[in-house]
Design a protein around this ligand. Structure first.
Ligand code: 13P
Ligand code: SF4
Length: 322
């Protein structure tokens, strides 16, 4: 194994030589989130929506995607002329894996004419059967904008219920949900968050849309806080007068927040996404070394042309909306 500093140096050099950029999600291990201009390897760090927009605009030949498979697939669909390399195909997602294209076809047959909103945390074959995609950042606005009194939202049950609470009050619209769950965010139970609130009564609570709905209803009482996307959480902390926060989201977002707001304190029950943690400096380096060799195919995101075409439409609709 190459040591950390040597690996970072080699990655920076290989990116230049092989005309590659590194896109990195906020849940990556901290060393993969350091920006290139600050001596690290990431050309762009963001949430799933930000990464999609960044991927679409990449001009380099290669995108090295430090995130999970559904995100790398989305990058490939949005910029198919580029090679998208994923350092490990073990980087799955419990939400994306909870549903197939055939499941969506069955749902549509049961609810004819009802629009299908697919969370970006789905594989391409699921997106291909859907009308519009969303991320946690734009889900509420997209759900609001669709006509009719029903919509199918998939696959995250808890996020669906959290959206349902808001949207039903506003528009009376009913959501038909799937039984997917994020294996990280489902662990933020009311007991866990309430226990921390007793210990830190002044702290505001930051929870992702994917946490259970009964957690959300308790979390925001008392000192307040936010339920939202990763970017909503980051923005809320920046704008809040509070100095102390309880984070109900992925552990490494805690590292990101501490880096951005060193004057504030974050109480983080450290639950790591095992899929995101499959990506490391070491396998990122291996993906870059593989470019131009027989090993390159091992890292390459490949999708059928027909699926890519059909999955592009709902993603483009989402981006046009944003
Ligand atoms: P974001 O859309 O907030 O980046 O969420 C991605 C994710 O995997 C949440 O668990
Ligand atoms: Fe999927 Fe949850 Fe991991 Fe995000 S944190 S990639 S939703 S399992």
């Amino acid at each position: 194994e190459t040591g950390l500093l040597a690996a970072v140096e080699e990655i920076r050099e290989l990116k230049r030589r092989k005309n590659a950029v590194v896109l990195s999600h906020f849940y990556m291990p901290a060393e993969l989130q350091v920006k290139h201009q600050e001596g690290g390897i990431a050309d762009f760090v963001g949430d799933s929506l930000g990464l999609s927009v960044a991927a679409k605009n990449v001009e380099a030949d290669y995108i090295i995607f430090c995130g999970v498979k559904f995100m790398a697939e989305t990058a490939k669909i949005l910029n198919p002329a580029k090679q998208v390399l994923l350092p490990s195909f073990e980087a799955g997602c419990s939400l994306a894996e909870s549903i197939t294209g055939a499941d969506v076809r069955r749902l549509k047959a049961q609810h004819p004419g009802v629009p299908v909103v697919a969370y970006i945390n789905t594989y391409a074959e699921t997106k291909a059967e859907s009308d519009i995609c969303c991320t946690s950042r734009n889900a509420m606005d997209i759900a609001r904008s669709l006509g009719g009194d029903k919509l199918i939202f998939l696959p995250d049950l808890y996020m669906g219920r959290n959206l349902q609470t808001k949207i039903k009050a506003e528009t009376g619209k009913e959501l038909i949900l799937w039984e997917g769950r994020c294996e990280v965010h489902e662990q933020f139970t009311p007991q866990r968050i309430n226990g921390l609130k007793l210990m830190y009564p002044e702290a505001q609570v930051l929870v992702h849309w994917e946490v259970p709905d009964n957690t959300v209803s308790d979390a925001l009482t008392g000192a307040g806080g936010v339920v939202g996307s990763t970017s909503d959480i980051i923005r809320f902390v920046g704008e809040s007068q509070s100095r102390q926060f309880i984070l109900g989201s992925e552990c490494d977002l805690g590292a990101t927040l501490r880096g951005m707001y060193p004057e504030k304190e974050f109480i983080v029950p450290c639950i790591k996404c095992p899929h995101m943690k499959q990506i490391s400096i070491q396998n990122t380096l291996e993906a870059l070394r593989a470019i131009g060799t027989a090993q390159e195919a091992m890292f390459e995101v490949r999708l059928e042309a027909e699926i890519m075409k059909r999955a592009l439409a709902p993603i483009e609709r989402m981006l046009a909306f944003s």
